[in-house]
Design a protein around this ligand. Structure first.
Ligand code: MN
Length: 503
């Protein structure tokens, strides 16, 4: 046991203390540290490091997200059953069933293999993962921290393993982080995977973008100075930062046919982010931005404060001409919205902790609870599907298409927002609104115009379903173009292709 990790653990303890974790929390975490050292005694990572360095780094990442003490302890212990000398019973006895369930859940999720094992085993494990997640979402947080550290140290592994792990990261874990609203983790995971999976493209994007990043950053710093002066004149307390687009998402955008590697068409390569105290200040700031910089015609404002995205994201986005004539995206949000956007579901535990300690008013927490509930809804849906969808392939399709793929956001005429996979049609929309609405579909309008039922919905579309007076059997042709599993299953049920399985 070297002194480096002891020093690093002491450092973590000091940080826990200054972040306001109680002394009993810190004792609990210290016991987990001692336990992990014993369980991993003599074990090394491929990097040559003592194994517990990994456990400690995972705990430090979790602390960075300010999760509760149980999650941090579970981070220290996460490999003690799978790779160390401990048993479930040991952990349950010493740390309680909460921690044991988390460690066990992480071990189960760790068995997931995309390559190198049969599809069936993979699907089975993925099902277990969603069931485990539905029980305690903290499993995913520990697993994401584990994956993040493994990706940061991936260079030590043989190249086939690098490819398998990077692919799994890009296909499963980065989208999971996104769905849980943990933006910063999603960006880091996909950028790390990008390096290993598409090394040439990575180098190309990196070298071609350097110049644009530099120019954009100089524009941003000019605007920042100017806006801080203007805002303080109006008595608005603000923090302004530049946000660089991650290389992976930049690459995805460059590859789009409408962009076709034209950097001039990418307006958010660096965005200006203004953080203020209140919603009222957000709108006042929007006014100040528009007074100082000309807005870009046809690139309208997106107000995700009035109309949050289904994953809970709130912010106002606008595009203006910056001082050098360059188009700049400005994102305006409160500090609290920012916290939720960056840390997502992880922020929930921080706030729960704070609430216990400082007695924050329930109303504030209620909102937060609703956001967390939204984020969990799809996990629960998947967990319940696993009883219903017996065919592994179908389940896999459901996971890949509905959950992990890119999403679009469309609106009902009343302004309710629906979150659907890319390629969804008005039929998918109808079934998303209500399983029974599908039975009344006669036609559909998008933005007031009649569209075919196979029309592929676009982000921001307002979709209206034209209804029949009475319910009808769905048209079997719909099965050729519906995108969501829920629509497909309901159509099949209504057509009598599958029997309804009682719950
Ligand atoms: Mn691990």
């Amino acid at each position: 046991m070297s002194n480096v990790e002891e020093k690093n653990f002491r450092d973590l303890k000091e940080r826990l203390l200054s972040a306001g974790y109680s002394s009993s929390d810190i004792d609990f975490i210290t016991r987990a540290w001692e336990f992990a050292k014993t369980a991993h005694f003599g074990q090394k990572r491929l990097s040559g490091d003592d194994y517990v360095i990994h456990s400690l780094e995972v705990a430090r990442i979790l602390f960075g997200w300010r999760v509760d003490a149980v999650s941090i302890a579970a981070g220290l212990l996460h490999d003690t059953i799978e790779d160390g000398a401990a048993t479930y019973e040991d952990i349950e006895r010493d740390f309680g069933s909460n921690v044991a369930v988390l460690v066990d859940g992480v071990s189960k999720v760790s068995k997931i293999r995309l390559r190198g094992s049969s599809e069936e085993v993979f699907v089975e494990n993925l099902r277990k993962m969603f069931v485990t997640m539905a029980k305690d979402i903290r499993v995913v947080l520990v697993k994401l921290a584990d994956r993040l550290h493994n990706m940061r140290t991936l260079r030590h592994l043989p190249s086939e393993k690098q490819t398998r792990i990077a692919k799994e990261t890009l296909e499963i874990y980065a989208p999971l982080a996104e769905r849980l609203g943990i933006g910063e983790v999603k960006a880091e995971l996909s950028d790390l995977a990008f390096i290993y999976l598409f090394p040439e493209e990575y180098e190309k994007v990196k070298s071609l973008s350097e110049d644009y990043y530099r120019k954009a950053e100089s524009t941003i710093s000019k605007m920042k100075r100017n806006l801080l002066v203007e805002l303080s004149r109006e008595g608005i307390n603000a923090k302004i930062e530049g946000r660089k687009k991650s290389l992976y998402s930049l690459w995805r955008k460059l590859e789009r046919p409408d962009i076709d590697w034209n950097f001039e068409k990418i307006y958010d390569i660096v965005a200006l982010r203004v953080l203020v105290d209140s919603v009222k200040d957000c709108y006042a700031t929007l006014g100040i931005v528009h007074r100082n910089y000309k807005t870009v015609p046809n690139l309208s404002i997106s107000d995700f404060i009035a109309q949050p995205k289904p994953n809970g994201y709130q912010s106002i986005h606008t595009k203006v001409f910056g001082p050098d004539g360059r188009i700049v995206e400005v994102q305006i949000r409160t500090f609290e919205m920012h916290e939720l956007a960056e840390r997502g579901i992880a922020a929930h535990w921080k706030y729960s902790e704070v609430k216990e300690k400082k007695g924050i008013e329930d109303e504030k927490l209620g909102k937060m609870g609703a956001v967390v509930d939204d984020k969990l809804a799809w996990v629960r849906q998947l967990a319940s599907w696993q009883d219903e969808i017996k065919d592994g392939k179908e389940f896999m399709q459901a996971v890949k298409l509905d959950v992990l793929n890119q999403r679009i956001f469309v609106f009902s005429p009343r302004g309710d927002v629906f979150d659907l996979p890319v390629g969804s049609t008005p039929i998918d929309f109808a079934y998303a609104v209500h399983t029974h609405l599908g039975r009344y579909v006669k036609g559909a309008k998008v933005g007031g115009r009649i569209v075919p039922l196979s029309y592929q919905l676009q982000n921001g579309d307002i979709v209206e379903i034209i209804k029949n007076k009475n319910p009808q059997k769905p048209n079997s042709d719909w099965l050729d173009f519906v995108r969501t599993t829920s629509a497909r299953r309901q159509i099949k049920k209504d057509l009598g292709i599958v029997r309804e399985i009682p719950k």
